[in-house]
Design a protein around this ligand. Structure first.
Ligand SMILES: Nc1ncnc2c1ncn2[C@@H]1O[C@H](COP(=O)(O)OP(=O)(O)O)[C@@H](O)[C@H]1O
Ligand SMILES: [Mg+2]
Length: 305
């Protein structure tokens, strides 16, 4: 039988901010992640009565559930359960900047933000819910560890599944590397994009991705000149092209011009990792004009705070 901790909840409202994340980075499917300096902000307080008082401003404010099925609330409850006790009710305020269903990790931000709120709301929560446990619990809700890892640790991350549990380590990012995002109007749910992946892949394609993902870890740390070769992928992006033809066309166009472009997460946003100057960036932005909102984003050196 699991032992129940009797927790002391803080009476005050606590606040967290959590970064957007881009996963896969081309070759590192379900493995590599990158935190981006675009943040959702959530505030929460424990309530004595069994109510969920939820207010959402910004991205998704019309669509997001305002009850116990809200993803931030679900993550908070998962975190409280892990620590040993759930509060009766919660007041939650969300200020969302990360757009939803674009491959920018909004679901991971909601989950990691919720877990961090739960940790902050408990006296001594830091000891009861470590970053490592946050990655494990977050992966249980998200289904894959790559965005969760980057949202918890910040910077660039390598994530993997070990005996069914999400695990991750952070890696250094060369300070010259910057990210440019092309965000389309249309959404694509990750669950839908995952259904397009095949059961098996050719051995040769697996080898190509393994070599490029290994190289990408080195390229991110200190060899940005290798980013184009290192982001090459044969195991996920092409299979999903039918769900995001414009995004794949942009990736192909940019890569043919020597620009390291990839589908961000499950898409349909496109991410370019580069060391270009402002004038060169202007040129690259023109390639997506009309169909995409181009946004430069710094790589976030820290995760959830
Ligand atoms: N801040 C949030 N609060 C509550 N739910 C959220 C929040 N952000 C995302 N979600 C949920 O996650 C869904 C998007 O997840 P997903 O399909 O994985 O796309 P993304 O690439 O944005 O993570 C949204 O439709 C919504 O249900
Ligand atoms: Mg997601």
């Amino acid at each position: 039988m699991a032992t129940r901790n009797h927790l002391t909840f803080k009476a005050t409202m606590v606040q967290v901010s959590v970064p957007a994340t881009s996963a896969n980075l081309g070759s590192g499917f379900d493995t590599l992640g990158l935190a981006l300096e675009l943040r959702d902000r959530y505030a929460a307080q424990v309530l004595d009565d069994a109510t969920f008082d939820i207010d959402v401003t910004g991205e998704g404010s019309d669509e997001i559930k305002k009850d116990k099925n809200n993803l931030v609330i679900k993550a908070m409850m998962h975190g409280f359960e892990h620590m040993g006790q759930k509060p009766k009710g919660i007041a939650l305020r969300q200020l969302n900047l990360i757009s939803h269903g674009r491959g920018l990790g909004s679901s991971a931000a909601a989950i990691v933000g919720g877990l961090a709120l739960a940790r902050e709301l408990v006296l001594g929560g830091d000891q009861l819910l470590t970053d490592e446990e946050m990655i494990r619990l977050g992966t249980e809700l998200e289904g894959h560890p790559d965005n969760i890892a980057a949202a918890v640790l910040g910077g660039a991350t390598i994530a993997w599944m070990q005996d069914g549990a999400g695990r991750a380590v952070g890696i250094k990012v060369d300070p010259r590397i910057k990210a440019l995002l092309f965000i389309p109007e249309a959404q694509l749910a990750t669950s839908k994009a995952r259904k397009l992946l095949p059961e098996t892949i050719p051995h040769h394609d697996g080898v190509l991705n393994a070599s490029r993902a290994a190289l990408l870890v080195h390229a991110i740390q200190s060899r940005p000149d290798l980013l184009l070769e290192a982001t090459e992928d044969l195991i996920h992006q092409n299979y999903r092209a039918e769900a995001m033809p414009k995004s794949m066309a942009l990736v192909t166009k940019l890569r043919s011009a020597g620009v390291p472009a990839v589908i961000s997460g499950a898409g349909p946003s496109v991410m370019v990792l580069h060391t270009l100057d402002a004038l060169e960036v202007e040129e690259v932005i023109k390639a997506g004009a009309g169909s995409f909102l181009a946004q430069e984003m710094a790589i976030s050196t820290h995760g959830v705070q």
